[in-house]
Design a protein around this ligand. Structure first.
Ligand SMILES: [Mn+2]
Length: 399
């Protein structure tokens, strides 16, 4: 069976909204033409509460491919929830779609509409002729709870099938700055293929001697170095055990660093301008150009004004993003603190969650079995503050 592995579409991502849609559309359409079945390890949406027009975008995309003639059928669904989808399009929610326990997330909507098979906590069995492929999913949850959930759910392979374990989580081997992240050796064993989302550049590794494939996102979001490579998806062949990466047309991205030695009082804006020119080159493709000034901009210099002026000047040729982490004023110091925790590769939400958890610990509140992500969701679920606090306290009290 040929399985397409696509991830992290981030539909509704404000900054590159059209790119998110167009690139997801190309990936889905091409994958549907190449594969017998499709699996999506999370972050279809950028937001756990997407606006109706973003939900409409997703429905359009999935409706278009669910009518295709697929090589495989969904022959069985084992576990929590119910399946309403006939097409072999298997998905889980990611961290961006994560909501409190039992609250419907946007992937639930797609599942209820019969557009995807939602295996947040279930196994879908696919069949093509005599061949069976089982996909066991665990939807994206807070990193510090993943271990606990894996040990509680104890995912096991299905006899007589090629078994895939699909999740959406940070892994310590890829993000070695937080011991709470799952180590690959702790992933459940016995599966023939492991598929993860969450990481936005493509990764191929081994878990328990088997392949772990992370296709990366279909759209640029974090503007990190690893995102300069082409976007796309994997096609994995369960018979040969081989996989290939299929590139899609994605917006070009160039990241360029200017070191401290290149800067003095006069030439900050000049250095930035030269880098922008070099990055754009002779192409006429409206790339995203990110310039990271990796040094201290001299005091009293009007670099901000000049750099803003440059962004305006190039607005018809590129999308310019200038990062000035070298400037040392109060607001920037805060940003440097964030960078010290390798802010680069975690989401703003996860960073916020860390701060929240620290405050909860400082206040001496025992959270019992309630995860910090769930608490944070509960507190954010009501516009009325008292109601939100009451809801959270009720949950802590176990009512
Ligand atoms: Mn993502």
């Amino acid at each position: 069976m040929k399985i397409a592995i696509l991830s992290d579409f981030h539909l509704g991502y404000e900054r590159f909204r059209e790119d998110a849609y167009r690139q997801a559309e190309e990936a889905l359409t091409r994958a549907a033409g190449l594969a017998d079945a499709m699996i999506i390890p999370g972050d279809i949406f950028d937001n756990r509460m997407p606006r109706p027009d973003v939900i409409a975008e997703a429905i359009n995309l999935f409706r278009n491919i669910s009518g295709e003639r697929w090589g495989a059928d969904v022959s069985d669904f084992i576990g929590k929830g119910k399946n309403y989808c006939r097409a072999p399009i298997i998905a889980i929610p990611g961290t961006h779609e994560r909501r409190a326990q039992d609250a419907a997330d946007p992937v639930d909507i797609l599942g209820l509409a019969g557009l995807v098979v939602d295996v947040s906590n279930a196994t879908a069995v696919l069949r093509k002729g005599d061949e069976k492929v089982a996909v066991r999913g665990i939807g994206g949850i807070a990193d510090d709870r993943f271990r606990e959930v894996v040990s509680k759910e104890n995912p096991v392979p299905v006899n007589g099938a090629f078994n895939i374990f699909m999740f959406h989580e940070s892994l310590y081997e890829l993000l070695p700055f937080n011991q709470e992240f799952m180590h690959i050796a702790e992933l459940p064993s016995g599966f023939d293929l492991y598929v993860n989302g969450h990481i936005h550049n493509k990764v191929e590794m081994k878990v328990h001697g088997k392949k772990l494939l992370i296709p990366g996102s279909t759209v640029l979001t974090q503007l990190k170095e690893g995102e300069q490579e082409p976007k796309g998806f994997y096609i994995f062949d369960t018979i040969t055990g081989r996989h290939e990466f299929v590139g899609i047309r994605s917006r070009r991205f160039v990241l360029s660093k200017i070191g401290i030695s290149q800067l003095d009082n006069e030439n900050v804006a000049d250095a930035v301008r030269k880098e922008i020119e070099r990055a754009i080159g002779n192409e006429n493709d409206m790339p995203i150009v990110r310039i990271v000034i990796d040094g201290k901009i001299p005091k009293g210099h009007n670099a901000d004004i000049e750099i803003n002026d440059l962004s305006r000047r190039y607005k018809d040729r590129a999308i310019i993003d200038v990062s000035k982490s070298g400037i040392t004023d109060g607001a920037i110091l805060e940003r440097q603190n964030m960078q010290q925790v390798s802010f680069d590769r975690i989401s703003v939400r996860d960073y916020g969650l860390g701060i929240f958890l620290e405050k909860v610990r400082q206040a001496g509140i025992s959270t019992g079995g309630v995860g910090p992500a769930e608490l944070l969701d509960l507190l954010g679920s009501e516009t009325n503050r008292e109601k939100a606090v009451k809801k959270a306290l009720d949950r802590l009290a176990g009512t």
